[in-house]
Design a protein around this ligand. Sequence first.
Ligand SMILES: C[S@@+](CC[C@H](N)C(=O)[O-])C[C@H]1O[C@@H](n2cnc3c(N)ncnc32)[C@H](O)[C@@H]1O
Length: 268
Amino acid sequence: MRSIDGVGLEQVRGVYDGPEGDLWELVMGEQIHIGGMASSMDLAEKAGIRGAARGIDLCCCTGAGMRCLVRLMQVGRMVGVDATRRVIELGRERCREQGFGDSIDFVEAEATGTGLPGGEADFVWGEDAWCYVSDKPALIREAARLVRPGGAVAFTDWVEGDTPLEAAEAERFQRFMKFPTFETVGGYRGLMSAAGLRVERAELTGRFAAHARLYIDMLEKQMTYDALRIIGFDMGLMAAMGQEMRFMLGLAEKGKIEQGLFVARKSG
Ligand SMILES: C[S@@+](CC[C@H](N)C(=O)[O-])C[C@H]1O[C@@H](n2cnc3c(N)ncnc32)[C@H](O)[C@@H]1O
């Protein structure tokens, strides 16, 4: 697992509390993860989540993934955990407006220590968000604690690909993205085993590069004015962001950064 200094929850909250988070939603949609609904459906199918009674989404943001699972995968109830108050407030509003007020709850907490009762969830869920959590061993232990025996821990995340990053590349990429630590597929596999989970899937999805291109196109070819409005027409910031996104695309094209998909089960 790679680590950088000076980036932690405060900086991550800074993203999702303001314009940078709005910008991600502009180019990616309500579901702020690679592959949007198709990725959610794929993960849910692979983890056998259809019709589950209770799920917990760790780092749920505004809860778009939870609404997707309740609406399209017939999940009964979801609880979303997030450490940024603004996205939780927005999520509650969206759930009320879209008719999920009774089936989806939010908890403001760190994903490594949710305070929720253990052993009750049919599944614990995460989509492209655990990359922001510094203490990944504690996060995986919390997911393993929350899930009931026989239940699944299912998540996608940004990971280092099969071609290793150079140290300077990792530093620049993690600093731009505000990822305090950055895992590999093998690293997550080890953490899940250490937490007592049986790993069923730990693989790369191959989606990253094509989607990174799509987000750059959205910013440069279609949503430029909307993006500029969000960042107060700061042309310098726009140019810098475009440059960093192109840098990220270059890494993805070389197989250095990817989206990983993971399904593990608690025995019992
Ligand atoms: C990319 S967004 C999540 C997107 C969401 N999973 C989806 O698919 O729409 C990342 C979220 O992780 C949350 N987050 C980051 N670190 C966290 C932590 N340590 N504990 C709880 N939430 C955290 C942020 O507040 C943010 O809302």
